[in-house]
Structures are given as structure tokens and as C-alpha cells.
Design a protein around this ligand. Structure first.
Ligand SMILES: CCC/C=C/C=C/C(=O)SCCNC(=O)CCNC(=O)[C@H](O)C(C)(C)COP(=O)(O)OP(=O)(O)OC[C@H]1O[C@@H](n2cnc3c(N)ncnc32)[C@H](O)[C@@H]1OP(=O)(O)O
Length: 313
């Protein structure tokens, strides 16, 4: 899918991190997040910042090309999210796109050679190499799902839908639209949309319609169908909302947040019985965290969980 029109997308993802840090007013955070200075070294397509403690902002940053996903992007996302996952200071990630569009999807100019002229001495070898390429590109978005707790959005197209459906929370602007455009360029979407979107949107018929016709879906329908949970008037208020939400998540026990995220993803892909079995095993160790006692004590004292100092995970 590709998302256009909405200016940015914010994805919030919670890594396994820690706590501690000030909660800044949203206005401050928004200002801090408005990085239009360009990609952050060593990346050429991403701008990384830390708007507040425990929250990392990953901004797709090729606005002049509508954040189209070129070859560098596909590998930089993996490196970036692996690095964030290893960062004990980060608990939530907000992903957005610089400029007026979250992403125009795959970079049709830069990616053509990879997909249309794969190397190999015969059909089997060409196919083998192409399969390796596809699975590598799948990892670009799967890495978000593995390490993230939430995400928010905007306007996007094709590969943009692959990206947002790997996120936990999606937000968009009122002028956002979403499009699963793969059939228009002669391919079946293969990096996540067809597999995750049916788990996000309740109506199988709507998923089929969008994927088979490439019809644009606008913000109101995205909200009513469940693709996004909130719609904001403009990009600025959306970012403020995303950061406020990120702060709410980041302030809570990282053991509880990470366990909730991982078990929600597990439950999505397994039966109820399997999910119950999984969380029993999960919690036989995680229930022993000091976070339970600290949180319970705060609740008894009528204090917000945000006042509790949780250890880093
Ligand atoms: C194994 C991997 C599988 C992954 C599959 C993924 C598939 C897909 O993502 S299919 C979708 C492909 N994307 C598109 O078809 C979108 C094409 N772009 C547009 O329709 C428009 O650009 C858009 C509506 C997004 C924005 O329109 P706007 O008027 O705001 O901007 P433009 O003047 O059209 O574009 C500005 C510059 O950006 C370049 N650009 C835009 N999209 C792409 C793209 N997808 N790939 C490469 N480049 C793109 C556009 O050429 C302009 O560049 P320049 O002429 O140098 O200024």
C-alpha cells in the first residue's frame, strides 16, 4: 500500500527499554521532533531523534521523493530498528514521514533492477535469488513488529501499508489516504500487507476489495474499518497526539508493556488455547518482576503509574 496526502506518519513502537525521564509538554516534543535537517548518519533515508527520554523518533526522510523506499531504505530500516531494540534508553518509537506524504511506497526507479533483473544462470537460480530478495525485504517491516509496541500514521501507498500494518498503533491526518497499489504495477503484495491487513481490519470483504481494486481509502473509512485508531486535523496535532500516547506507554512498566505487546502479536497468530499456554509460560517468570509490587503500591496510594521509577529492562 502506499500512503499519500497525510503529511507524516508517526509510528510508535516500544522497544524493550526502560524508564526514567521527564515527561515534556507536547508542544515541546513536537518542536523537538520537527527535524527537517535531513538524514542522520549513518543513514541516508532516515532521520533519528530522541524527542523525549524513552521515545525515539524515526522519520522517513526523502521528502523530495515523497519518501519512496529505495534500496538503501530497505536495509537501513533493519539496521535502525535492530539498533533501537538494543538501546536500553528507548521504550517507544514514533515513525513518521518528512514532508507532506508518509511514503509513496517502493521507489519505482531505484528498485526496478533488483526486482526485474535478478541474477542467476537459469530459472531455478534466478528464482532462488529473487526469493532471497523478497524475504530480505519482508524483514524490513517484520523488524518493526518484533521490536515495537505501537505505531501511528498518516498517508501512504503500497509498501507504506506493509509498514504500518507491522506497527501496533496507527494514527492519521484527516486528509490521509491509503492505497494497496501493487495490483496496479502487476504484482501481488509480498512484504506484509496481504498477511497483516486481514488481521487489522475485521472485514475480509473490505480487505479483498482494497487489495484487488487498488481503490484509495480515505481517513474516515480507515477509522471506521479499524486501520487507524485516531484521526487528527493536521500533521502537527497528530504528532502531538502520537507523542502524548508514546509518553503514556513509555511511562509504564517496560516488563508489562513489552509482555503485552509480544503476547498480543502471539495471540493474533495462534489459537486462544495456544495463546493462554504461551502467556502462562511468559508470566511464570515475568510476574516475579519488582514492577508488580511497585505498580500495586502506587495504585493503593492513588498515584499514577507514571510516578513509579521502573528499572531498565
Ligand atoms: C519486494 C518488495 C515489494 C514491494 C512492493 C511495493 C510496491 C509498491 O509500493 S507499489 C506503489 C508504488 N508507488 C506508486 O505508484 C506511487 C507513485 N507516485 C505517485 O503517485 C505520486 O508521486 C504521489 C501521489 C505519491 C505524490 O504526488 P506529488 O504530486 O505530491 O509528487 P510528485 O511530483 O509526483 O513526485 C515528487 C518526486 O517524487 C518522485 N516519486 C514519487 N513517488 C515515487 C516512487 N514510488 N518511486 C520513485 N520516485 C517517486 C517523483 O518522481 C518526483 O521526483 P522528481 O521528478 O525527481 O521531482
Amino acid at each position: 500500500m502506499y500512503v499519500q496526502r497525510a503529511m507524516l506518519s508517526g509510528i510508535i513502537r516500544s522497544a524493550l527499554t526502560k524508564n526514567r525521564g521527564l515527561w515534556l509538554p507536547s508542544q515541546v516534543m513536537v518542536r523537538t521532533m520537527s527535524s527537517s535537517s535531513g538524514p542522520t548518519s549513518p543513514y541516508t533515508t532516515l532521520s533519528i531523534s530522541r524527542p523525549t527520554e524513552r521515545v525515539t523518533h524515526v522519520e522517513l526522510h526523502r521528502p523530495e521523493k515523497r519518501n519512496a523506499m529505495n534500496k538503501a531504505f530497505w536495509s537501513e530500516m533493519v539496521d535502525c530498528f535492530n539498533e533501537i531494540a538494543a538501546d536500553p534508553e528507548c521504550r517507544v518509537v514514533v515513525v513518521s514521514g518528512a514532508g507532506k506524504i508518509f511514503t509513496a511506497g517502493i521507489d519505482l526507479m531505484d528498485m526496478a533492477s533488483n526486482l526485474l533483473q535478478p541474477e542467476g544462470d537459469d530459472t531455478a537460480r534466478v528464482s532462488w535469488n529473487l526469493r532471497k530478495t523478497i524475504t530480505k525485504y519482508q524483514e524490513t517491516f517484520s523488524v518493526i513488529e518484533k521490536e515495537t509496541v505501537s505505531c501511528s500514521l498518516f498517508t501512504l501507498i503500497c509498501a507504506g501499508v506493509d509498514l504500518i500494518t507491522a506497527c501496533d498503533i496507527r494514527l492519521c491526518t484527516q486528509d490521509a489516504w491509503f492505497q494497496i497499489k501493487e495490483v496496479d504495477i502487476g504484482i501481488a503484495a509480498d512484504v506484509g500487507t496481504l498477511h497483516r491487513l486481514p488481521k487489522v481490519i475485521g472485514s475480509r470483504s473490505l480487505v479483498n476489495e482494497l487489495a484487488l481494486t487498488a481503490r484509495k481509502m480515505y481517513a474516515d473509512e480507515a477509522k471506521s474499518s479499524g486501520l487507524v485508531s485516531r484521526v487528527f486535523a493536521d500533521k502537527e496535532t497528530m504528532m502531538a497526539g502520537a507523542l502524548e500516547m508514546a509518553g503514556e506507554i513509555a511511562a509504564r512498566s517496560p516488563v508489562a508493556v513489552q509482555g503485552t505487546k509480544i503476547n498480543l502479536v502471539y495471540a493474533r497468530d495462534h489459537s486462544v488455547a495456544e495463546g493462554l499456554d504461551y502467556i502462562a509460560t511468559w508470566n511464570m517468570s515475568m510476574l516475579q518482576t519488582q514492577d508488580v509490587m511497585k505498580s500495586a503500591q502506587a495504585a493503593m496510594e492513588r498515584k499514577s503509574p507514571k510516578t513509579v521509577a521502573f528499572s531498565k529492562l
